[in-house]
Write a protein that binds this ligand. Structure first.
Ligand SMILES: O=C(O)CCC(=O)C(=O)O
Ligand SMILES: [Fe+2]
Length: 294
């Protein structure tokens, strides 16, 4: 099946779906997100991304502020059913099956988190999510050439331009200049901010060279999700499970999710995806992609 979405993602390392959500859908999600962001900022939810740490694992100490709320589909989080409905939404399932060129019956549940405005300005280093900075150029290229077995997206509920990418950098190892650059360099050659309006979705290759630059005054509520396809390798299982989702995913109940996608009831599609993650995780030992992160 020809796919512009997939072709653009393969070529540039990211692709935008403008206005994927209606204003009403954005409004409903904003309200759920405002509630859980407040809960998390005030110490009422232990699974958060704390400042100034970039990669998992994070503690639940919110005293320096947070930049994300983890585990939106956790059965104990308020609105987990609203978040599950948005994760398994027809527009997501359609885009992911098109991008991965797979059947919805091969999808695997992965991550769903919320990225929010930090209480103080904060930035992430230049990175590739699952390839550490110390690898050799050849190993870097080999990893980048692995087939695409998952799709990752940002869904913005407020205007968002905090994700900065170097377009095309998912197709090549880093240049010498990129390797030597200050990890917080504000002017990496070729960089661009990915601009999103409320209701836009961006799919991006999480091994594109990228960073996040966050301003405390700019409201940010961006849903950050990923879905996989069966047959992914152990590195992918590690990237998903390092976020600690194995501990609660067996308790999720998706039976109330309404609607259909790809001719299937979303509730049964969701449960199938959940079961495939559990199966993938059953023989994994927990480890971290970027164990040296401070
Ligand atoms: O804030 C973003 O959109 C990107 C976050 C990011 O790069 C990460 O969590 O690895
Ligand atoms: Fe990242």
């Amino acid at each position: 099946m020809a796919s512009d979405l997939r072709d653009q993602l393969l070529r540039d390392g990211f692709v935008r779906i403008p206005s994927a959500l209606s204003a009403d859908q954005v409004e409903a999600l904003r309200s759920a997100c405002q509630h859980v962001a407040h809960l998390a900022r005030t110490g009422g939810w232990p699974y958060v991304r704390t400042l100034p740490k970039q990669f998992p694992p994070w503690t639940s100490d919110v005293s320096k502020g947070i930049w994300g709320v983890q585990h939106l589909m956790h059965p104990e989080l308020p609105h987990h059913d609203t978040f599950a409905s948005s994760y398994f939404a027809p527009y997501i399932v359609a885009a992911v099956t098109e991008i991965l060129q797979c059947s919805s019956e091969d999808l695997v549940l992965e991550l769903y988190n919320l990225l929010i405005r930090p209480d103080a300005d904060f930035a992430l280093r230049w990175h590739r999510d699952d390839i550490g900075p110390e690898v050799s150029p050849q190993d870097e290229l080999n990893r980048l050439r692995e087939p695409m077995l998952h799709a990752q997206w940002n869904l913005a509920l407020y205007p968002d331009e905090s994700l900065i990418v170097v377009p095309g950098s998912h197709l090549r190892s880093r240049t010498e200049e990129e390797r030597q650059a200050d990890p917080f360099d504000d002017n990496m050659p070729g960089q661009m901010a990915v601009k999103m309006n409320p209701g836009d979705i961006i799919f991006y290759n999480n091994n594109i060279l990228h960073r996040g630059v966050y301003r405390s005054e700019a409201e940010r509520m961006t849903l950050h999700g990923s879905m996989g396809v069966v047959g992914a390798d152990p590195a992918r299982a590690r990237n998903v499970l390092q976020h600690g989702i194995g501990a609660w995913v067996e308790d999720c109940d998706f039976s109330e999710i309404q609607g259909q996608a790809a001719g299937k009831q979303l509730c049964s599609l969701a449960d199938g995806m959940r079961k495939r993650l559990v199966a993938m995780g059953s023989d994994q030992v927990l480890s971290f992609s970027q164990p040296l992160d401070e």
